[in-house]
Unconditional design. Structure first.
Lengths: 532, 412
């Protein structure tokens, strides 16, 4: 109950942010969604030049140089980067299938999942002008509860996705087209966007952007609802969406001018939504005059604008770089990025061929990249339980709470540029809590989390649990992308044996269960466990 | 195997060589003994954020101004109960301890504090105060952090012995987020932090300098953070064990947090910044009753804190200051409350301060477009006073911190 209390007090904080004064909003205050469009943002981001460590150039810089044979370790690497959790059987299955068949599995298109809640069919806000403030409050509370439903549903999809890349890509796009319930309070419209991202998970980037132009949540989030031509010859322009479309979604900063933004804004006039689940293009609100965008002058309409942008080389490069950072490492290898972009252009902006090439390349399996990505809070909380064969369905609120604590609430990115990720996930506050989390799911926690009791069944899945040295090594390979030092391994073995000799190890000894748990907790507290 | 168990084990396995009291980290290098106290002139400020937006007009009351009572027919504070500071202004009746400080010349009141184009969203305005930015820009680092990064230039590669800032709670990390990392610790309370760290810290850094892959470099980064939290957990815990409280604090907010801080200071923990908050100030309705309690808690907490430090002879170098994202609207709403406003007065309490009222009386006859007050003092002027007059650093450092020059107020 204490946990529920935390969640509800968190919700209270959220409602406090929304505040009575801005629901529904009378005027749009500067928020994280529009600050940049007003040219107000001032970045003081981490400066890579200050890195104390080294840039390491891979020996494999040709994406067409494919990896012929994958070791089990390579397969585990592939699954750590592309899924939310591979158990012992998954790794074995993929290993036996080999690279090509595993890739086929990863890119299998499943039927669109439909949640069971009724609220996704509620298309309309009630008329707020007719409601008392108490009634408005209760509707707002309902939306917030709906967001919890939605988060549970998505987390459940992630953990059940098996050897399939779809949900990993949905999260990628959520980070790319980062839209927040800070502004979009109507849950069904966020659900619609989430399904759109799923529909295009590994599909066509260009078509996704075209569809995103009409996404109700996006239109509200980046204020395109306030971007229209009034028939008496005047305009209400709002550059917010046009700017982010160019800067964050397609071209990347520095590859367009302020004038391009202003002209693209004109192209985007007339698309609006009611802030709910529908959007319309209304010709009488659209500016049909000639515009000059990226050196082309024409009557450039909404779809033409996207065609025009994708005539340029930047979108393919920009997205390839982001995909590289998402799947390989924070510091991109520009040669590989360029090769990915070429593949993307050859395939008319289909994502799947790009990723297939990347995941088949020697570059991807370079030992240099093992364990170089941080486990994001969502990945960390899901994966840690999944690896222990714990069904998370019953304790979803606990995962939600930890995601919040560790800094990644779904549908609530910090701003339109998404989560900073990388080293920002780890600080003096989050690291101890991460370690506490993995301890708690083994030991149990305050009647909320039951103690992990699957211990013996779990170790019996390894090749020879009666050999403690082998068992420990296989567990370390299973849990960690980077192996710890020999000294650490020695200590762990000693922990497992509790002073006795290797040949004394007896799996069914009454004390062995608790020693195995201690060792697993210890492995999960190693720094190596925070990376994948 | 936690730290304690590990020490037992490692003694068994490797003899006493492994039992080092402090870790020398390969990337952090040899720890130089450097004194955070010296860098900050041995001064400390405790910032109490009154979150939700404190109603300034019912905190420092313009009790002789008829407009005040016209604007607030039901929630105006009765002039006879006001604790008069001068002929115009008086303190809320529940601020009796702060009134005592006033009479002892230990209270300064900075009136009409705000900034241009006041944002009325809690979320944004809190970020503005914490980042030290203009209303029309979004800055992703905190002013406290940018200031600390200038004073302790190698803070991220060679952290000082004590945390450069100590925040209770994780509610908003912006203030301590610097250009290159966090500039302080976020702690629930010393006990929880210590337990959490010690139940989860394994002293296994083996000094391997093998950073030949990106993966190993990232693991090394995590080891640095782990070492940091471990080192500070020890320092904080030992201060908490050695320290004492000499007065009884109420079990309210922010008294609970101030009690922890007094104990840490008493136990020898030095930090230039302690950050706490008191919630509940978003008084859209039934304000009189709710605000009375908040004022009472605030006043008695500060009094307990200062008295506690005074009893231990620790009060000379410590001041307490309030902040809040905004004040409230001059006129009451239909629910016996007030809506989001703009400027408000703030308190500064301590021994070596210029005890006076700065910033003039609130002007209740001229409002902005939203029928809100005009400010006379920019909030960054107060912070600039802290940097230059209290900590004794140059105006240049303040200018760099705020990306602009703000005139100090002569508060000290």
């Amino acid at each position: 109950m204490k946990l529920l209390y935390h969640i509800y007090s968190f919700l209270f904080c959220v409602s406090f942010i929304f505040g009575n004064d801005y629901f529904p909003p009378e005027q749009i205050p500067p928020t994280h969604s529009n600050a940049k469009s007003l040219d107000l943002i001032n970045y003081f981001k981490n400066n890579d030049e200050n890195r104390s460590d080294n840039i390491i150039i891979s020996n494999y810089r040709d994406i067409n140089q494919t990896r012929n044979e994958l070791s089990k370790d390579d397969i585990a690497h592939l699954l750590r980067r592309t899924t939310f959790g591979a158990r012992i059987e998954d790794i074995q299955q993929a290993y036996e299938l080999g690279l090509n068949s595993t890739l086929n599995l990863l890119f299998t298109k499943n039927e669109k999942p439909i949640p069971e809640f009724n609220w996704i069919y509620h298309y309309h806000h009630p008329d707020f002008s007719q409601l008392s403030s108490a009634e408005k409050d209760s509707i707002r509370d309902q939306y917030e509860l709906n967001f919890i439903d939605l988060k549970f549903w998505w987390l459940d999809l992630m953990k059940n996705s098996g050897i399939n890349i779809t949900e990993m890509m949905v999260l990628f796009w959520h980070d790319h087209f980062a839209t927040s319930s800070e502004t979009v309070k109507f849950t069904p419209s966020m659900y619609v966007q989430n399904q759109l991202l799923r529909q295009f998970a590994t599909g066509n980037f260009k078509n996704l952007v075209k569809t995103m132009n009409y996404d109700p949540a996006m239109l509200e989030w980046l204020d395109n609802n306030q971007n229209y031509f009034i028939n008496d010859g005047t305009f209400t322009f709002n550059e917010n969406y046009a700017r982010e479309l160019l800067e964050l979604f397609t071209m990347g900063e520095g590859n367009y001018s302020q004038f391009d933004i202003e002209e693209a804004t004109r192209s985007l006039t007339g698309i609006s939504s009611d802030g709910l689940m529908h959007s319309i293009f209304s010709p009488i609100r659209h500016d049909f005059g000639n515009k000059t965008i990226l050196d082309v002058t024409d009557d450039i309409g909404v779809d033409n604008l996207i065609d025009l942008i994708f005539e340029r080389q930047e979108p393919a490069l920009f997205l390839s770089r982001k995909l590289y950072q998402w799947f390989v490492y924070k510091i991109p290898d520009e040669i590989i990025v360029e090769q990915m972009a070429n593949i993307m252009v050859i395939h008319n902006y289909e994502i799947e061929p790009v990723l297939r090439a990347l995941f088949a390349s020697e570059h991807f399996y370079d030992i240099n990249f093992r364990g170089s990505k941080y486990k994001s809070p969502v990945w960390f909380t899901l994966n840690t339980k999944h690896k222990l064969y714990i069904d998370i369905s019953n304790n979803m609120d606990y995962i939600l709470w930890y995601n919040y604590l560790l800094g990644q609430s779904l549908f609530y990115p910090p701003d339109v540029s998404g989560w900073d990720g990388y080293r920002s996930w780890i600080n003096t506050y989050t690291l101890p809590y991460r370690k506490a989390y993995s301890n708690q799911i083994v030991d149990g926690y305050n009647n909320i989390i039951p103690e992990w009791s699957y211990v013996i069944n779990f170790v019996e899945k390894f090749s020879d649990p009666h050999n403690p040295v082998l068992l420990l090594n296989e567990m370390l390979e299973y849990f960690l992308a980077i192996q710890p030092s020999q000294q650490t391994k020695d200590l762990l073995l000693e922990e497992l044996l509790d002073g006795s000799e290797v040949y004394d190890w007896y799996l069914y000894d009454p004390g062995s269960e608790s020693r195995i748990k201690t060792v697993i907790k210890h492995i999960m507290r190693l720094e190596e466990f925070q990376v994948r | 195997m936690t730290r304690k168990e590990f020490i037992k084990k490692s003694l068994m396995a490797f003899g006493s060589l492994m039992f080092l009291p402090r870790i020398v980290h390969p990337l952090l290098g040899q720890r130089t003994i450097r004194n955070l106290q010296d860098l900050f002139n041995n001064k400390t400020v405790v910032l109490i954020n009154l979150s939700g937006g404190n109603d300034g007009l019912n905190t420092v009351i313009p009790y002789s101004n008829d407009n005040y009572y016209n604007l607030r027919p039901s929630i105006g504070i009765d002039p006879s109960s006001v604790l008069a500071l001068n002929n115009d202004l008086g303190l809320h009746p529940e601020l009796s301890e702060l009134y005592d400080f006033w009479q002892l010349n230990k209270l300064a009141i900075i009136e009409n504090v705000g900034y241009n184009s006041q944002n009325l969203s809690h979320f944004r305005s809190t970020d503005i105060w914490r980042s030290g930015s203009n209303s029309n820009e979004v800055v992703n680092t905190g002013w406290v952090a940018r200031y600390i990064e200038q004073v302790v230039q190698d803070i991220h590669t060679n952290p000082p012995q004590y945390p450069s800032a100590f925040q209770i709670g994780n509610s908003n990390t912006l203030q301590l987020t610097g250009n290159n990392g966090m500039t302080g610790v976020l702690v629930d309370d010393p006990e929880t932090f210590y337990q959490l760290v010690n139940e989860t810290y394994d002293d296994l850094s083996n000094g391997e300098n093998d950073l030949n892959t990106y993966g190993k470099q990232e693991v090394e980064f995590i080891r640095q953070i782990s070492t940091l939290s471990f080192n500070y957990a020890d320092v904080i815990q030992s201060a908490s064990l050695n320290g004492q409280n000499t007065v009884n604090y109420a079990n309210t907010s922010p008294a609970r947090d101030l009690k922890i801080i007094a104990k840490l200071i008493s136990g020898g923990l030095y930090s230039p910044f302690y950050l706490v908050h008191q919630g509940g100030y978003d008084t859209h309705d039934n304000q009189l009753y709710r605000h009375d309690i908040l004022m009472n808690n605030l006043s008695s907490s500060i009094s307990s804190f200062i008295t506690d430090l005074h009893n231990q002879g620790l009060h000379e170098n410590i001041v307490v200051m309030t902040t809040s994202e905004f004040g409230r609207r001059p006129f009451e709403n239909g629910a016996f409350g007030t809506d989001h406003g703009t400027s408000a007065p703030h308190f500064l309490v301590g021994n070596n301060i210029n005890s006076s009222i700065i910033g003039g009386n609130p002007n209740l006859s001229s409002f902005d477009n939203n029928q809100n007050l005009h400010h006379t003092i920019d909030y960054r002027q107060i912070f600039t006073s802290l940097i230059t007059e209290w900590f004794g650093h140059s105006q240049n450092i303040a200018n760099t911190t705020f990306n602009g020059s703000f005139e100090p107020l002569g508060l000290f």
